[in-house]
Design a protein around this ligand. Structure first.
Ligand code: KG4
Ligand code: ZN
Length: 341
């Protein structure tokens, strides 16, 4: 029998993406149009600009995804779309495109939580043995999840304020390193001394807390910069970047190791845009190895927003026949981790 194909759609932030994935694993196409250039001049994503750009290009991206997968609309089993969390105007473009396709083609519609989609990037490249713990760390999320299957996730803890990626982006802006901040900070940090500044690590050593907070760290970096600039003191941007990155990574590693130990899992997954950070990957892998655990991470290209991960996550909902209605709406805050079985 022919394999079942899911078309995935992703427009939650500044990437317009469509992909065709066979049975939740096999990536047949993965087309991404990044709007980074549009937003760079503003130093961050402008929501209204993002929605307009999605609208201009979404149909073209869908057509290209089908073409690259060498299939047509009639070959699809279902349409999966990110319906939240994210920028509401941006999400609405993908959701309406998916609803229109589902209605016109008479195919099932599947709503995908963006956080679960990031987790699912791992399923495209790894055979995951459950239970597992996953750290989803991106521009919008810093969440520790406990997974008992591909589609059963429980939130162990999240961030009380900023997401880690958001902190990377804000600190890059105050250091004039440009947008997106993560890769820029990582590059600058490679030349710097991670011990030059001792920035705060919220909840470090508090083993009963599996949550994060990055606003104090952000303020500490900004205050330090103000003081040095006011006093006319010279400083190395690379040292600030390296010390900031070190503080973020230290706490991400500490809490993930703690969660893995608490849940006694053998496997830990890393996902989301910040998972593209090489130092985070290395440090987390090493710390988990010391405890006899394995770290799985998707390639960097599947860590940042894409639609293959949406189609992969959508597969499990398709199998469980958890379909969305044509009244599906975009949900900017979607804390609930939707479970398929
Ligand atoms: O997953 P993603 O593409 O979008 C969201 O769902 O938010 O993640 C984007 C975030 C941005 O904050 C970006 O600065 C960060 O991921 N990022 C990185 C790196 N590459 C991207 N952060 C740290 N190091 C990187 N190499
Ligand atoms: Zn994302």
């Amino acid at each position: 029998m022919e394999k079942k194909l899911i078309l995935g759609l992703e427009t939650s932030c500044d990437e317009t993406a469509a992909a065709v994935v066979a049975e939740g694993r096999e990536m047949l196409s993965n087309v991404i149009a990044s709007q980074i250039k549009e937003h760079q001049k503003y130093g961050g994503v402008v929501p209204e600009v993002a929605s307009r750009k999605h609208l201009e290009i979404v149909n073209i991206i869908v057509a290209r995804a089908l073409q690259e997968a060498n299939c047509t609309f009639s070959d699809l089993a279902a349409i999966a779309v990110t319906n939240g969390p994210g920028l509401v105007g941006a999400l609405l473009v993908g959701v309406n495109c998916a609803k229109t396709l589902a209605y016109a083609l008479g195919k099932p519609l599947v709503a995908v939580n963006h956080v679960l989609a990031h987790v699912a990037a791992n399923y495209l490249v790894h055979e995951v043995i459950f239970p597992a713990v996953c750290l989803v760390v991106s521009g919008g999320h810093t969440s520790l999840l406990y997974l008992t299957s591909r589609s059963q996730a429980v939130l162990l803890g999240g961030t009380r304020d900023d997401a880690a990626g958001e902190a990377f982006d804000k600190i890059a802006r105050v250091l004039d390193l440009g947008y997106p901040g993560g890769p820029a900070i990582e590059k600058a940090a490679a030349e710097g001394n991670p011990k030059a500044f001792n920035f705060p690590r919220a909840f470090s050593g508090q083993d009963d807390i599996l949550e994060f907070s990055f606003s104090g760290l952000k303020s500490a970096v900004i205050n330090n910069l103000h003081h040095m600039r006011q006093k006319g003191q010279s400083f190395s941007v690379s040292d600030v970047a390296a010390s900031f990155q070190e503080a973020v990574i230290d706490i991400l590693v500490e809490k993930t190791v703690l969660a893995a130990a608490a849940k006694q899992v053998k496997t830990v997954l890393l996902a989301g845009g910040v998972a593209a950070n090489n130092l985070l990957r290395e440090r987390l892998e090493k710390s988990l190895q010391n405890d006899g655990r394995t770290l799985l991470v998707p390639p960097a290209s599947l860590c940042t927003d894409n639609a293959a991960m949406v189609a992969a996550a959508g597969w499990d909902f398709y199998v469980s026949q958890k379909f969305a209605g044509l009244d599906l709406n975009a949900t900017p805050v979607l804390d609930k981790i939707w479970q398929a079985d």
